[in-house]
Write a protein that binds this ligand. Structure first.
Ligand code: HEM
Length: 273
């Protein structure tokens, strides 16, 4: 092919790019509910975040599968990809981070009772992190596919459950009560698990791979916590202490959610190393 060859222009049907990316579908899924020009970026940012949630769920499911089969390097690769994706997700707060109440009010009423609280993909992320709650399925009763996916995620081991299973197979004293816990319930921190992690971190030469795994999980936990806090600050700027469109107390409710630590013992164990 010569250097000045130009791209092909003639295709019998839609372009191969379109067939792969479905850009025509993707770029016609924006239906603002108000006349306000600022609503477009609110809607698209929300859609972009939904797409990142989808990729991150995919990475964590890959990691879960690999951990269950003792393929730690593959699990680490997937977790590290998810860390960079979480960074990109968090960077997408930029266009919404400084909304004034008047700007947000211009389209807020049009949202009705719509709220990110009803995001099924975010809920799947939380379930994969071990933050299970059967009542979070209720809003999705009317959407069979999403409901079935959430029901499956509720019952299956979380990322953290798989990590604890791996530690147990490596001979570390993870209690049976933790390993055989009711997977549909929220993971509760355990002192014995905290000791297992402080032991791993206290002897990094002997536990190089497990320290790398612990640090990848800590990165994930930190970035999820940052997403929650960026959301909280954006919300505080855009609506102060008003109630949320989803019916919660708003900022006060989000503050409580943002206080939770993801993978709790990976944080508390650090006091004992
Ligand atoms: C500045 C714009 C935003 C404001 C003012 C805002 C406000 C709120 C409020 C008040 C809640 C609590 C539930 C409720 O009563 O509605 C909430 C929850 C939530 N929002 Fe937003 N939000 C904003 C942008 C976003 C965006 C772009 C996303 C991306 C998908 C998002 C995702 C969520 C999620 C997932 C929850 C549930 C959190 C949980 O269950 O812990 N929000 N939001």
């Amino acid at each position: 092919m010569s250097h000045d060859a130009a791209p092909h222009l003639d295709f019998a049907g839609t372009t191969p790019y379109e067939d792969y990316v479905q850009a025509d579908v993707l770029t016609h899924l924006q239906h603002p509910l108000s006349e306000d020009p600022g609503e477009m970026v609110f809607l698209v940012t929300t859609q972009v975040m939904e797409l990142w949630f989808t990729v991150i769920v995919h990475e964590w499911e890959t990691a879960i599968q690999a951990l269950g089969e003792d393929r730690v390097p593959e699990a680490l690769d997937a977790l590290k990809r998810s860390v960079r994706e979480l960074e990109a997700l968090n960077a997408s707060w930029k266009p919404l981070g400084q909304l004034t109440p008047a700007q947000f009010n211009s389209y807020r009423d049009a949202l009705g009772e719509g709220s990110g609280f009803q995001s099924a993909m975010y809920r799947r992320m939380e379930f994969l992190l071990g933050d299970k709650s059967a009542s979070m399925l209720v809003p999705h009763r009317g959407a069979p596919r999403v409901h079935a996916e959430l029901e499956k995620a509720l019952a299956q081991p979380s990322l953290y459950d798989e990590v604890l299973g791996l530690l147990a197979r490596r001979g570390l004293p993870v209690p049976r009560t933790v390993l055989e816990r009711d997977l549909t319930r929220k993971y509760e921190p355990s002192e014995a698990v905290e000791k297992v992690w402080s032991g791993i971190y206290g002897d990094p030469d002997q536990n190089a791979e497990l320290v790398r795994l612990g640090e990848a999980l800590t990165d994930v936990g930190e970035l999820v916590w940052r997403w929650r806090n960026d959301h909280l600050v954006a919300t505080r700027r855009a609506m102060g202490a008003k109630a949320g469109t989803g019916g919660s107390a708003g900022v006060a409710w989000l503050e409580k959610r943002a206080r939770k630590n993801v993978f709790p013992e990976l944080w508390t164990a650090r006091s004992y190393v």
